[in-house]
Every structure is written in structure tokens, then in C-alpha cells.
Ligand binder design. Structure first.
Ligand code: GDP
Ligand code: MG
Length: 439
């Protein structure tokens, strides 16, 4: 979708004015792309109609940069379609707050139960109880218990012959006794929606009266996800959706359709198998991502989670003012190492897929330690101002770090490019920042 759109956008950008023909062309691309991304046919149709109505109007014609205006309309409508503003997680008047996880087998319920518990503790300082109400497979109980151990959190479970409804009830009692403020119930799934499963889930729901019923949906399942979401919603009146495996190849077509069909918000996004890879779902960011503008906000947020907030601010300032030095670069390398797989981060940078130079950079761990060695072999002055590094200095640095001169050269070149890129990035961020500002 990204490439397609970018081509069309490129064409429009060159013009002073957007004609009806341009809008038509652009919406045709958008339409195809959305269909390709597995967005429900009817949803696409409505969407395109809305965009056309807005885009062909005055708004576009009078604008100074009509191309951008069209993108803005598409993005706004996409955001709207996925739920407008981001939504929050419920808090019960009287604890514990009960969250029930439902969904098909393999969707990611158990994993998300752990992730959610982790997030509730980390972000809101809550004490969750995990409940193993999937009694059909012993492995499912073990899986949750393992997660509980990893997180050092209590898990309520019984054997495989216990009744899930009883388990849920007893877990509620235990949470009250131990003053735990969240109860997250991991329920069983099936390969397909069936009545037996639904009956069980309905019974659990009636007994524990949950504050949230989260439908966990695998974003890779495409069109099917829409039907699944529809039937779960009909039977259980879900309160929100967690979209998992968004770290995969999907462009998130499911996200678009599910919201449109169920009219329930997508609250969280699963971004990997690890326990900290759950993010609050930001429709606006998702829209950007779908449109190929990258996900700078997510990137910055991710960085800030792993980096001392104050230092991150300082570094950001430095990037902006172009006083970013190799020392800062070195520090960032260390932080980047804590952030997780680098290609994942790179993908969040707008237009990164278009930057050849970036793709050629080897971002493996070994490479990072080489870079660290090289920078550490520089003098303080050289780190502050790399322009003083002449040929003989390069040789000395290479010797000191045990790397070759060409590696030193490459690093310096990469650093310059990175600096340039950061400047671009922070510039394109300014507009957004002003709007979203404080949080
Ligand atoms: P359940 O049957 O619904 O309980 O699903 P599980 O929680 O057992 O997850 C099924 C598989 O999907 C496991 O291998 C998980 O590690 C994986 N998984 C879950 N969420 C994500 C995610 O957000 N990204 C990725 N890549 N894998 C996930
Ligand atoms: Mg499970």
C-alpha cells in the first residue's frame, strides 16, 4: 500500500492544483490497496465515498499543497474508521476490575493476558491476578503459569477437570481476599466459532460480570477475522479488541474492518511474542503506518520507555539543533541495543524503506560493538567535531579500535547521514508535535 500510494502522491505533489481526475486516480489506488490489505469490501466502498466527498470539495482546491491535503483527508478518514481517539482501559468502581479474554485458538489470548498484566503493573502500578480458565488443554494452564512465574504474578488455576465457570468464581474470591485489583481471565478458544464454546463464555461472563470483554484477534487472519469478530460480538457484546501479531507482514486491513463491523474500539496491539510487546492502539498512528508515513511517534515512545526520559529529551533537542555528536551517537547505540530488533525500529522511520543507504547499514549486534570500539578510540575533541578527523587520525583510530580504516570511514559517513536523517525526521515531526503536544 505504501509504495502504491507514494507513487500517486508523488504525482500529485508536483502539481499546483488537484483536479477531480487526480482525486479519482488517488482514491482508486487507495481502494485497491485497502482491498489488497484484506479490508472488507463494503467498508472500502463507504470509505472511498467519504474521502471523495471531502477531497473533491473546496478544501482541496484552495489549499496550497493539494497533494498533502488529499493525504490528510485519507488519513483522517482512516483514523476515524479505526476508532477516532485512542481508548482507555476500564477501572471498576469497586475492585477488582475484571477483564475477560476471548477469541479463537491461537489468536494470542494467553500471551496477551500476560502482556496486559505486565502493562497494568508497569504503567498503572496495578496488581493483577491471572486466571487459567482454559481447561481443555493442560498445556494452556502450564503456559499461563509459566507467564505468571516470569512476571512474578499470581495465577489462579485448577486441574483440567475443573469447571471454567467455577474457576472464574473462585478466582474472584481470591482476588478480593488478597486485594488484587485486576482479574484477567484467560478463556478457551476453538479453531472455529461454535455454540458449546460460546455457551461456556456466556456463562463465565454472567457469573463474573466483567468490566471488559476483550476479543483477541490475530491480524494475520485477514477477512476471516471480520466474521469471527462479528459473531463474538453478537454473542458476548465485547467491549474492545486486541489485535495481535501486527509485527507480521499484515498492513492491518483487519483493524479497519473489525472496527467498522463491530463498532467496538481496538484497544491494544500485539507487536511480538515478548511480554512487553503490547501497545495501546493508536488509530492515528496506524493510519500513518498504513499510508507508509512510518510511525515516528511509536518510535519515540519506544525509545523513551527504555531511555531515561530526561536524557531522551536532551538527545532529541540535540538532534534538532544539529549539535548531535559522536558521543551522543555512542550513547544512543547503547540505548538502541536495549530497544529490540533494529530492523523493526528502522521500519518505523518514515520513508526508511526508500532510503537505500539505510538498508545497507548492517544493524547487527556485532556491528554495534565495532562501532562502539571505533568511537571509543577517538579523542573527546574528535567525538565533538568529527570534521577534524583527517587521514592520519583515521589511521590511528583504526589501529586503536582494531578495525580497518575503511570501517572508520564508513562509520563517519553513516554518522553524517544519520544526522541528516534525524534532522529531516524531527522537522517532519514538528507539525505533529504541535498538535498532539502534551500527554
Ligand atoms: P491462544 O490460543 O489464543 O491463547 O494463543 P497464544 O497466546 O497461545 O498465542 C499463540 C501464538 O501466537 C504463540 O506462539 C504466541 O507466542 C504468538 N503470539 C501471540 N501474540 C503475538 C504477537 O503479537 N506477535 C507475534 N509475533 N506472535 C504472537
Ligand atoms: Mg491460550
Amino acid at each position: 500500500l505504501a509504495d502504491r500510494l507514494q507513487n500517486t502522491i508523488q504525482k500529485i505533489k508536483g502539481k499546483g492544483k488537484v483536479t477531480e481526475q487526480d482525486v479519482k486516480e488517488m482514491t482508486r489506488e487507495v481502494r485497491l490497496a485497502l482491498l489488497e490489505a484484506d479490508v472488507n469490501f463494503k467498508v472500502v466502498k463507504d470509505f472511498i465515498k467519504k474521502v471523495k466527498e471531502r477531497a473533491v470539495g473546496q478544501e482541496v482546491m484552495e489549499s496550497l499543497t493539494p497533494g498533502q491535503q488529499v493525504i490528510k483527508v485519507v488519513k483522517e478518514e482512516l483514523t476515524q474508521l479505526m476508532g477516532g481517539d485512542e481508548s482507555k482501559i476500564a477501572v471498576a468502581d469497586k475492585p477488582p476490575t475484571v477483564i475477560m479474554m476471548v477469541g479463537l485458538q491461537g489468536a494470542g489470548k494467553t500471551t496477551t493476558t500476560g502482556k496486559l498484566a505486565n502493562l497494568l503493573r508497569k504503567k498503572y502500578n496495578r496488581k493483577p491476578l491471572l486466571v487459567a480458565a482454559d481447561v481443555y488443554r493442560p498445556a494452556a494452564i502450564d503456559q499461563l503459569e509459566t507467564l505468571g512465574k516470569q512476571l512474578n504474578m499470581p495465577v489462579y488455576s485448577e486441574g483440567t477437570d475443573a469447571n471454567p465457570v467455577d474457576i472464574a468464581n473462585k478466582a474472584m474470591e481470591r482476588a478480593k481476599e488478597e486485594h488484587l485489583d485486576y482479574v484477567i481471565i484467560d478463556t478457551a478458544g476453538r479453531l472455529h466459532v461454535d455454540n458449546e464454546l460460546m455457551d461456556e463464555l456466556i456463562q463465565i461472563k454472567q457469573n463474573v460480570n466483567p468490566d471488559e470483554v476483550f476479543l483477541v484477534v490475530d491480524s494475520m487472519t485477514g477477512q476471516d477475522a471480520v466474521n469471527v469478530a462479528e459473531s463474538f460480538n453478537e454473542q458476548l457484546n465485547i467491549s474492545g479488541v486486541v489485535l495481535t501479531k501486527l509485527d507480521g507482514d499484515t498492513r492491518g486491513g483487519a483493524a479497519l474492518s473489525i472496527k467498522a463491523v463491530t463498532e467496538k474500539p481496538i484497544k491494544f496491539a500485539g507487536m511480538g511474542e515478548k511480554l512487553d510487546e503490547l501497545e495501546v492502539f493508536h488509530p492515528e498512528r496506524m493510519a500513518s503506518r498504513i499510508l507508509g508515513m512510518g510511525d515516528v511517534l511509536s518510535l519515540i515512545e519506544k525509545a523513551q520507555e527504555n531511555v531515561d526520559e530526561k536524557r531522551a529529551k536532551e538527545l532529541e533537542e540535540k538532534m534538532r539543533s544539529a549539535s548531535f555528536t559522536l558521543d551522543d551517537f555512542l550513547e544512543q547505540m547503547g540505548q538502541v541495543k536495549n530497544m529490540g530488533p533494529l530492523d523493526e525500529l528502522i521500519d518505523m522511520i518514515p520513508g526508511a524503506n526508500k532510503m537505500k543507504g539505510l538498508k545497507n547499514v548492517d544493524f547487527d549486534e556485532k556491528q554495534i560493538s565495532h562501532v562502539e570500539a571505533i568511537i571509543q578510540s577517538m579523542t573527546v575533541k574528535e567525538r565533538q567535531d568529527p570534521s577534524v578527523i583527517n587521514a592520519s587520525r583515521r589511521k590511528r583510530i583504526a589501529r586503536g579500535s582494531g578495525r580497518s580504516v575503511s570501517e572508520v570511514n564508513r562509520l563517519l559517513k553513516q554518522f553524517e547521514e544519520m544526522k541528516k536523517m534525524m534532522k529531516q525526521m524531527t522537522n517532519s515531526q514538528q507539525g505533529k508535535k504541535g498538535k498532539k503536544g502534551k500527554k
